[in-house]
Design a binder for this molecule. Structure first.
Ligand code: 13P
Length: 279
């Protein structure tokens, strides 16, 4: 199948009252594993590039990412789309759109709300002209290591959400309701009542970040209360590095068999995770 668009997949999730899962991918192994795991469980999926994995860590760039996703997506029969994760740089967003990303996130969540709205609007005006959807963030999903998930000062305020979505023109909204990025120090507790209030105030698909380590029963609840896109990175990439460690500690662990070994392990994890998506 050729590439699907992020907005088409979000629409499918809205119609099924569930969430698509967006996985942070860094290279061909991760992209291959995400697309083929989705094929094996017959569900749509999103491959997501986090800009700093390229700009700071020198993993794949947007053009290489787009070429790899297009290539692998053409060999599977489920809808696959590519999305740019947290981006603060207008020019990098344009670069991703030119490369073929059909969804981008502009993250102005650390800015005053009016500035966040104005910057998001600027991205929306350009992105929509290319048929690209824009995810924005209101409230701030911080870092689990510093306990930001438990700081409700950072949470999204339901009373502000509808106005933010209308004035910024964003397609989807990342909400802060008790999750954070990275491994949690203690089990997180999502504020489902806050999510339900935000969901009642708007028709826009809502996005949950910081997916690594949130218990499945909380995710089930979040998915029927308006979360239509769910981001997972840390636990997926942690499995990647641990699997390489495990492989290299074996006697027969030579380089050429590494991708198939690695992809097999990643796909088992991904297929299980994707069971949460009720497509
Ligand atoms: P984790 O790395 O905590 O799974 O979060 C991923 C994410 O939200 C990417 O935007």
């Amino acid at each position: 199948m050729s590439l699907a668009s992020v907005s088409d997949i979000l629409q499918m999730a809205v119609e099924k009252n569930t969430s698509v899962i967006a996985f942070n991918c860094i290279d061909y192994n991760t992209i291959y594993s995400v697309c083929h795991a989705a094929e094996n469980v017959n569900k749509p999926v999103l491959c997501m590039l986090y800009p700093e994995h390229h700009t700071l860590n020198r993993w794949i760039d947007p053009e290489g990412f787009a070429a790899a996703v297009k290539d692998v997506a053409s060999t599977v029969s489920v809808p696959v789309a590519m999305h740019l994760d947290h981006c603060y740089d207008f020019n990098y967003i344009i670069r991703a759109i030119r490369a073929g990303f059909s969804g981008v996130m502009y993250d102005g969540s650390m800015l005053p709300v009016e500035e966040n709205i104005a910057n998001t609007r600027k991205v929306v005006d350009v992105a929509n002209a290319f048929g690209v959807s824009v995810e924005a963030e209101l409230g701030h999903v911080g870092m689990a290591a510093t306990g930001d998930n438990a700081t409700d000062d950072l949470y999204t305020q339901p009373a502000v959400a509808a106005d933010f979505i209308e004035r910024s023109g964003c397609t989807s909204l990342a909400v802060a309701i008790g999750s954070a990025h990275g491994f949690y120090k203690e089990t997180p507790h999502l504020q489902i009542s806050r999510l339900a209030e935000i969901n009642a105030a708007t028709d826009a698909p809502l996005v949950l970040h910081g997916g690594s380590g949130i218990p499945d029963d909380q995710l089930d609840e979040a998915f029927v209360n308006g979360i239509n896109k769910f981001n997972v990175g840390t636990e997926f990439l942690d499995l990647y590095i641990k699997t390489i460690g495990e492989y290299t500690s074996q006697d027969k662990g030579w380089i050429l068999d590494l991708p198939t070994y690695l992809q097999g392990k990643l796909m088992s994890y991904l297929e299980k995770k994707m069971e949460l998506s009720k497509f």
